[in-house]
Design a protein around this ligand. Structure first.
Ligand SMILES: *[C@@H]1O[C@H](CO)[C@@H](O)[C@H](O)[C@H]1NC(C)=O
Length: 456
């Protein structure tokens, strides 16, 4: 590939742009490894907006909940990393429970960052998909037998009973065949980010979270072209030996050398609000209802995932059957997909692809009919960066000394918040003859461009 530069020395300035999970985890791991001059910048004032979409945050990380699972089919590297991440999530929960300085402002030691209520992957077919059978086999091989429980298998249902998972094995109105990953569950995304941010701060990471002081306008380059810092909207210059771009859905348009390797796409999210007095609060509580996925890789007529209700009565269902793009011509003349995260207030409720609502309603009408009479309370397009092979990109940018990217979560990175800052994923390109997992950069020629999509 290319020669990697030597790592910076422990006192060198390191700037991380973006305080979503990639930036947070990177900051924490650098500080824990003894880097003493780490600065985290974001234009969102997360210490007051608290990673809430309802408070104006629009990063994918700023969310109410995300799925945690270790079942990864044949991708045993991710399986291993997830099992390790779950241990780290447990440790974070414990750290919070212990109270004291680890508790972020506005949170308490009674809060939890993740709930081990399981992730149930279901199908309407009568045999398990290859992915699920592989997960069962590979978890067993790794020493995690009896963690993947098939919901129509008597022996597994007995195990579910022993493990306290019974109530969640068949949570739908009509039976759907599936596998419960009992190592999984949900991360309470916003709280987890608040905890991580507070942890970074306690570890001595300098924070600039502000629409001016944290808003990076450009990088600064030395006469030889090395990136040596950034300029922010308040006119300040921050010098650094290394600048790390962790800007989520905005990353591909900021780092053009990602062309062909990563692209931002939208997931479609709907949220129902369950009234406090409704018995559905209990029905969909995490004790009774797991994280779930329905035919997640099966194309535009499927690709759903969902969550239990949160403490405010919000119940979220997402659609990834089509990964929408928003191609726009960039200053260099190249079309790149960029996030549109919000419309004006009165439009907001209806700006979601009609296809997403159709597939969600088709599913809820049959399998969660309790939701059929409820209006959708909020919709959101959640912008992720996908890579062509659905794997992350955490590496130096070739040909651009002083610059790294941490990106391409591809919709499955949040669960690694506690650990991903310790890892790298090599820069690469699609090999000749290799079929991409995600087809990238179809631009305005592609059917997934939002401008061609009918919205509701
Ligand atoms: C991940 O794999 C390594 C190497 O095989 C192993 O030592 C480690 O225990 C595994 N971690 C988990 C959590 O299974």
């Amino acid at each position: 590939m290319f020669t990697k530069p030597a790592p910076p020395s422990k006192s060198d300035g390191i700037i991380i742009v973006g305080a979503g999970i990639f930036g947070l985890s990177t900051a924490i791991h650098l500080a824990e490894r003894g880097y003493t001059n780490v600065t985290l910048l974001d234009k969102n004032p997360y210490e007051s907006t608290l990673y809430s979409y309802l408070n104006g945050c629009d990063a994918a990380s700023a969310d109410i909940n995300k799925i945690i699972r270790s079942a990864y089919g044949t991708q045993t590297i991710y399986q291993n990393l997830s099992l390790h991440a779950v241990e780290a999530w447990d440790a974070w929960n414990q750290e919070l429970r212990d109270g004291g300085a680890a508790v972020p402002p506005g949170m308490s030691s009674e809060d939890v960052l993740w709930i081990n209520n399981g992730d149930l992957s279901v199908t309407d077919a009568d045999v398990l998909p290859e992915f699920e059978s592989s997960s069962i086999k590979n978890m067993e091989k790794a020493g995690y037998a009896d963690t993947q429980l098939v919901n129509n298998n008597e022996a597994h249902l007995r195990l579910a009973e022993e493990k306290g998972f019974s109530a969640r094995m068949n949570p739908f109105y009509k039976k759907l065949l599936g596998v419960m990953d009992t190592t999984g569950g949900i991360a309470l995304a916003d709280k987890a980010c608040r905890f991580a941010l507070h942890k970074a701060k306690r570890l001595g990471v300098h924070l600039f979270l502000d629409s001016n002081a944290g808003n990076v306008l450009s990088t600064i380059q030395s006469p030889t072209g090395k990136v040596v810092g950034v300029r922010t909207a308040d006119g300040k210059i921050h010098n650094a030996a290394l600048v790390i771009v962790a800007c989520g859905g905005w990353t591909p348009s900021l780092v053009p050398s990602l062309d062909g390797m990563a692209e931002t796409t939208a997931g479609s999210v709907v949220i129902f609000k369950i009234p406090e007095s409704s018995p559905l609060r209990q029905r969909f509580a995490p004790d009774n209802f797991p994280a779930w996925a329905f035919k997640i890789g099966d194309g535009p007529e499927a690709g759903l995932y969902g969550f239990p209700v949160d403490e405010h009565g919000l119940l979220k269902i997402g659609y990834r059957g089509t990964k929408y793009t928003n191609p726009r011509v960039q200053p260099d003349g190249q079309e790149r997909s960029v996030p549109i995260t919000r419309w004006s207030q009165d439009e907001q409720i209806r700006q979601i692809p009609a296809q997403a609502v159709k597939v969600i309603r088709m599913f809820t009408n049959v399998y969660l009919p309790e939701l059929a009479d409820l209006d959708i309370w909020l919709t959101r397009l959640c912008w992720y960066t996908d890579s062509f092979d659905n794997q992350y990109i955490i590496d130096h940018v070739p040909g651009q000394e002083g610059l790294m990217v941490v990106t391409a979560g591809s919709g499955h990175a949040f669960k690694f918040l506690p650990t991903i800052g310790g890892w790298s994923w090599q820069w690469r390109s699609l090999k000749e003859g290799e079929a991409p997992f995600n087809k990238l950069m179809e631009g305005s020629k592609g059917k997934r461009a939002l401008r061609y999509v009918s919205m509701l």
